[in-house]
Design a protein around this ligand. Structure first.
Ligand SMILES: Cc1ncc(COP(=O)(O)O)c(C=O)c1O
Length: 419
């Protein structure tokens, strides 16, 4: 008797397998089936995969810190002193000293009173939003905000409204209607957005968002996942670069992108951080982060703030400008937003390390990714549901470590595309 036949003696288990089969068939028939690609090397501009060595233009390790020698040494030292695991949640016995050290560094970096670290950026979002808003409150999100922010909003039980991407008139409509409804006096409104959008690489109009939230008595939460490490004198993000730290109630970030490690964080007032420690379920009911990764993140923040960090960001922007120019050479295939064409034409500075080369149709985008891979370039296709339908794209990300010959290889592969 096969395992499946054995299991089919129990009707409910068999129907569970039917469910899995039909769910898989549905995803496949929509052309959206995904599988994991194993990488047999550290994260970097050159990666080893089952189909050979590839030049990587798809990492969020923007500053090339994920495999940095001094950061690895800092992590190794703490690994030796504190071991691998933290053993418990923060509020039980897992609040190891290196985590407190990182939180102090993050607060200093962002010039806020305090900071708290979560296991991931996703965990930070789904813990924080429900800690601040609940039934009868309103959470308003930019349509292109990351899935974790939406998940946090839905989990909160608050009413959720969405405004079209960066459309402040529509946001104001929502805020105005909320203010006019007398039944909602004293109820909270939280606006949630990103400073750099993860799939489009453009920026939010932070100053205007602040004007609006102040006009209507709302609060603002900004996810700096793709901006932290690159903007401002300390390179802590766009909020710092615009000198708006005191005007943003909740600053969120992740340690998994430019910082090169793993984990998420919230920076803000002492009051905010104390409430999160007491209310955010993904903080309270989750084991504290590993001391070694925390030590890596601390060292990475030091490096980002130093002249080495400044140099790496300069190299990153040079690479973004070069890559934007290369993609503009195939206008018949790539629809590039203005923030990218402006960079290539030298009329604007890079808004991020992310270049969305929008192709539109899923199959064509998959094929472009395949052809690039055949020429040694790794840029996976990003498709629905990560981006809207008909906006499938190559999401090209640059690293400070890409060299001139890497960009030349990208140019050759892009010129060879035949779609
Ligand atoms: C904008 C944004 N926020 C949050 C996250 C989640 O962060 P993490 O990967 O640390 O869970 C991501 C990562 O994919 C992101 O792009």
């Amino acid at each position: 008797m096969t395992a499946r036949e054995k299991r089919s003696q129990y009707k409910s288990i068999d129907s569970f397998e039917d469910f899995l089969d039909s769910a898989a068939a549905e995803i496949r028939s929509a052309g959206l089936w995904r599988r994991l690609k194993r990488i047999d090397s550290p994260q970097g501009t050159r990666i080893k995969t089952s189909i050979g060595d590839l030049l990587n233009f798809s990492s969020n390790d923007y500053l090339g810190l994920a495999n940095h020698e001094a950061i690895k040494a800092a992590a190794t030292e703490v690994l030796e002193r504190y071991g691998v695991g933290s053993g418990a949640s923060r509020l039980i016995s897992g609040s190891l000293a290196p985590i407190h050290g990182l939180e102090q560094r993050l607060a200093d970096w962002k010039s806020t009173e305090s900071a708290v670290v979560f296991g991931s950026g996703f965990a930070a979002a789904i813990g924080t939003i429900p800690a601040l808003a609940g039934k009868n409150d309103l959470v308003i999100l930019d349509k292109l905000a990351h899935a974790c922010l939406f998940q946090g909003a839905f989990t909160s039980g608050a009413q959720v409204r969405v405004f079209p991407h960066n459309d402040l008139d529509r946001l104001e409509d929502i805020l105005r209607r909320r203010a006019a409804a007398s039944s909602v006096n004293n109820r909270r409104t939280l606006i949630v957005t990103e400073s750099v959008f993860s799939m489009d690489g453009d920026q939010a109009p932070i100053k205007k968002l602040i004007e609006l939230k102040e006009k209507y008595g709302a609060w603002l939460m900004i996810d700096e996942a793709h901006a932290a490490g690159m903007f401002g004198v300390n390179r802590s993000g766009l909020v710092e670069a615009m000198s708006l730290t005191d005007a943003v109630e909740v600053q969120m970030g992740t340690l998994s992108k430019a910082v090169g490690a793993v984990g998420g964080y919230i920076c803000g007032s002492n009051g905010l951080i104390n409430i999160l420690i007491n209310r955010a379920k993904s903080f309270i009911f989750s084991t504290a982060p590993s001391p070694a990764t925390v030590a890596a993140a601390s060292k990475a923040v030091d490096i980002i703030k130093s002249s080495e960090g400044e140099h790496r960001v300069r190299r990153l922007w040079e690479n973004v400008i070069a890559a934007a120019g290369i993609l503009m050479e195939r206008p018949e295939y790539f629809n590039l937003p203005r923030h990218v064409t402006g960079v290539a034409e030298g009329v604007s500075s890079p808004s991020s390390a992310i270049i969305p080369a929008i192709i539109g149709e899923t199959n064509k985008t998959m094929e472009s990714s395949r052809q690039l891979r055949e020429r040694g370039i790794y840029i996976p296709a990003i498709r629905y549901p990560t981006v809207p339908r008909n906006q499938a794209r190559l999401r090209i990300t640059l690293s400070a470590l890409h060299r001139a010959d890497d960009l030349e290889s990208l140019r050759n592969a892009v010129h060879a595309l035949d779609l």
